[in-house]
Design a protein around this ligand. Structure first.
Ligand code: UDP
Length: 481
């Protein structure tokens, strides 16, 4: 007799992917599928401090966490600029451990609960190699945006055409080898690693591997909805025909959770965040005191880091704009040291007057607050989707990975914000804030609201993402017949 469906979800050990994959895990649990989420020890230790996340998952009998080593010491910072060490640790320690778990260990066909489908992060090429060996289907979950994924899948062609890598010159040259984007995608809009230096070469190898592996998988899950990424999906489907668009995942997750039967023994949970850090909710009371659509919300996500110079330029720009701002200053998000004597008194005074600084916020709730008028973001894919769904236009200041591509799509394709990439000076920021909150507000608001409505339709019953999630569930179940 075939074993019952048992999905192994294996996220990249970072806030964004862990957040998304836990949401997918919960949706699959609600559909009656057994799910194990395999996190690195480090991520799991962090989750153990987030009791709301653990207690939410503890009510599912068909869910469990399992851990695996990332090969690094407990006190390793696992910061963005040392993330290659994480990849190296995964190559030397996690890969063999994963192989053992799948072939003869706790997930193997000999175990009490064999894994029948693996859903790994798109960058885990090794997961497909192991799965092919033991003949288990893999459905990759690409937590980066589809527009960036498309530039990953085209990397072999970009290299063949001599368009990548490129150096700092001619960044405004249009790229020819990414079908569907020829009229607006410049070299500067390609993922940061394509700019070519030592670090980039390593990451490019990982992406090249990803480009070779992803089309071989049974399917690919992406966090988008059909209307948003139609222009890219039409091309991507030629390479990867089986794409499940289950986005906006945070909205689909919320709506499915709202109608799911509640366990009678437990209080329903209002906080469905998978945040790895404690959220400071005092900012919500501060927002209550601000006029509608007046506040710029500023965050560069969970990994990006700015230099001290950029930090001061950003601060001056925000203060000089004269608009209220809510700024997430994540510990460690500024690279380098500065002392308080370097901070001009007027920045301190004006910030007391109109600013609110916190270390981490409940971002989805912040974006949904009526006082928010715009989002100055690093253009991480989750942040972009969350902003779109709350109808909040953006100022994009991308750092790396998919962020350069996302910000170009925000400004040129969806026309829901401004892209200040490669410049962070006070004048540019002041001007961008004023444009976002005043001059272009109506245009941006109209476009972003239209997208939010399409996104909401896609997760409603019979909407495209609603149906794609059902198809994913049915496919997973049928793999066991
Ligand atoms: N986030 C949050 N509180 C904050 C800042 C960010 O909860 O103060 C969440 C945000 O809602 C998003 C995630 O962190 O879901 C960041 O993911 P994204 O893909 O935007 O960027 P990354 O952190 O992966 O660079």
């Amino acid at each position: 007799m075939s074993p019952p469906p048992h999905v192994l979800i294996f996220p990249l050990p970072m806030q964004g992917p862990v957040n998304c994959m836990l949401k997918l895990a919960e949706l699959l649990c609600l559909s009656g599928i057994s799910v194990t989420v395999l996190n690195t020890d480090h991520i799991h230790r962090t989750l153990l401090r987030r009791t709301n996340v653990l207690s939410r998952f503890s009510r599912y009998r068909n869910f469990r966490f399992q851990t695996i080593s990332d090969g690094l010491s407990d006190d390793h910072p696992r910061s963005s600029e040392r993330f290659l060490e994480v990849f190296e640790g995964m190559r030397t320690v996690t890969e063999p451990a994963f192989r053992e778990m799948m072939i003869s260990g706790c997930f193997s066909s000999r175990s009490a609960s064999p894994v029948t489908v693996i859903i790994p992060d798109g960058s885990f090429s090794f997961a497909l190699d192991v799965a092919e060996e033991i003949q288990i289907p893999v459905i990759y979950f690409e937590t980066v945006s589809p527009c960036a994924l498309w530039t990953y899948l085209r990397l072999p062609d970009l290299i063949d055409a001599g368009e990548v890598p490129f150096n700092g010159n001619d960044l405004d040259v249009l790229v020819e080898s990414v079908p569907g984007t020829e009229t607006f995608l410049r070299r500067r809009d390609l993922p940061s690693f394509y700019r070519g230096d030592n670090l980039a070469n390593h990451v490019m190898q990982i992406i090249l591997n990803e480009a070779r592996h992803v089309p071989r998988a049974y399917g690919v899950i992406v966090n988008t909805f059909d209307v948003l990424d139609a222009s890219v999906l039409v091309h991507m489907r030629k390479l990867c025909p089986n794409i499940y668009c289950v986005g906006p995942l945070h909205t689909l997750h919320k709506s499915r959770l709202a109608v799911a039967p509640k366990p009678t023994t437990q209080k329903p949970q209002s906080n469905v965040s998978n945040s790895l850090w404690e959220e400071d909710r005092t900012c919500l009371s501060w927002l209550d005191l601000q006029p509608a659509k007046s506040v710029v919300y500023v965050s560069i996500g969970s990994m990006a880091r700015m230099t001290v110079d950029q930090f001061f330029e950003l601060w001056h720009g925000l203060v000089n704009s004269g608009k209220p701002f809510l700024w997430v200053q994540r510990p460690g998000s500024v690279l380098g040291e500065y002392d308080d004597g370097q901070v001009p008194q007027y920045l301190v005074d004006e910030t007391k007057e109109r600013g609110f600084i916190v270390t981490w916020v409940p971002q989805e709730e912040v974006l949904a607050h009526p006082a928010i008028g715009g989002f100055l973001t690093h253009s991480g894919w989750n942040s972009t989707m969350e902003s779109i769904m709350e109808g909040v236009p953006m100022i994009c200041w991308p750092f790396y990975v998919d962020q350069q591509v996302n910000s170009r799509f925000v400004s040129e394709v969806w026309k829901i914000g401004l892209d200040i990439k490669d410049t962070c000076d006070r004048v540019v920021i002041e001007k961008a804030v004023n444009n976002l909150i005043h001059v272009k507000r109506d245009d941006f608001s109209r476009s972003v609201k239209a997208l939010a409505e399409s996104g909401a339709r896609s997760v409603a019953e019979d909407g495209s993402s609603y149906m794609d999630l059902n198809r994913l569930v049915e496919d997973i179940k049928s793999m066991n017949l």
